[in-house]
Write a protein that binds this ligand. Sequence first.
Ligand SMILES: NC(=O)c1ccc[n+]([C@@H]2O[C@H](COP(=O)([O-])OP(=O)(O)OC[C@H]3O[C@@H](n4cnc5c(N)ncnc54)[C@H](O)[C@@H]3O)[C@@H](O)[C@H]2O)c1
Ligand SMILES: [Zn+2]
Length: 407
Amino acid sequence: MKQLTQAFQVEYKYNVFFTETLFQEQNPTLFNFFNGFGQKNYKKKILFLIDEQVINCHDYLRSDIPNYFSKNQCVELIPDLLILPGGEGAKNDNHTEKIVEAIHQYGIDRHSFVAAIGGGAILDLVGYAASISHRGVKHIRIPTTVLSQNDSGVGVKNGINFRGKKNFIGTFAPPVAVFNDYKFLETLEYRDWRSGMAEAVKVALIKDAVFFDWIEINSTLLMQKNKKAMQYLIYRCAELHLQHISGGDPFEIGSSRPLDFGHWLAHKLEHLSGFSIRHGEAVAVGIAVDSVYSNLIGILPKKKLDRIINLLLKLGFDLFHPTLIEKDKINILNGLNEFREHLGGQLTIMLLEGIGKGKEVNEMNFELLKKAIDTIQEWKIMQADNHNQRMLSAFPAPTFGINQKFQ
Ligand SMILES: NC(=O)c1ccc[n+]([C@@H]2O[C@H](COP(=O)([O-])OP(=O)(O)OC[C@H]3O[C@@H](n4cnc5c(N)ncnc54)[C@H](O)[C@@H]3O)[C@@H](O)[C@H]2O)c1
Ligand SMILES: [Zn+2]
């Protein structure tokens, strides 16, 4: 028998920069990055693709981007700024060909850059299109929502949806750099300001109890759109994500995906709601259901569950959605198998055994899951009965009184 063995390692390294007003000509962040990157005696090109909502809210980009690169001559700007409709629709209505076509038309090679400015959906789409063009054109992410700055934009995954299945088509292709510009956050709709906080609660719950305490203490400031508080939340959440990705299984070769706590349900809920709810909003529901489930199977103490639910409510998340109970909850429970199928191998779901402490399981009991959903629905009914959900959620734990439910 003959055999040849091939083995090699490829190092990936990229920086996530935190700045404000990235395209002001005096801001050196981009200039320094391009100057220090790649082959020197070769003028690289850069093609920008921008979320329509972002350019509408930040019209100055139309002049600031050309101005920046004419004053800071580090790359050759493709003068056409390409605009794409933002939001989840961008991942459903396949725009990939359009982007690949632009990469072709403008002659973007592997030493040049495709830069996406937008929410997580646009970044996922553009990153995917770049990663399949020429077998991988370098892409830069400039995230403009809380969720994309603290979570989706800093990781290594790109993708679009297929037949209603989230991220069914996609690649693992790290960006060459991420530029988080806080100025973009000023124009977010309130729900997009809030939505990204679900990912921070998620990563705190599985990794960092101190960060969870911090979010609890600062929840009022965060709800008041306090800039400093949000900047810290984004920074710490992004840091935890980066640490996790490099320390674990970045390309998800195994079957475990700890950062997807609450996501098996969230992804299905996004689909079932016709993508009317944001990813982060769905993640908050997923966290709630999986936390209640963790309590029902006896691994998460009741007091800790109370804290989690109270924090999510205090941040203003709605933890129940009518599609959860469609067809005796079968629709939503199908999400569990789809999640397994996406990762392949044995079902592996992250649950909680404490705040800051995840625990993986390889099966979930459908009856208990249904009970967890029932519990969330009962809370919703209680809230509606009070006709005052906001006031109720403003009270600190344990005034919400969910303790009774889990004696
Ligand atoms: N690749 C990953 O690892 C990963 C991880 C988590 C989530 N995601 C994906 O990210 C997506 C969600 O991202 P998102 O929460 O940023 O939502 P989004 O991209 O859908 O954006 C939400 C809305 O905000 C608008 N918007 C964006 N920036 C704005 C700004 N600065 N001002 C005003 N409006 C603005 C968008 O046009 C859109 O209408 C989902 O598709 C999710 O699957 C990917
Ligand atoms: Zn997520």
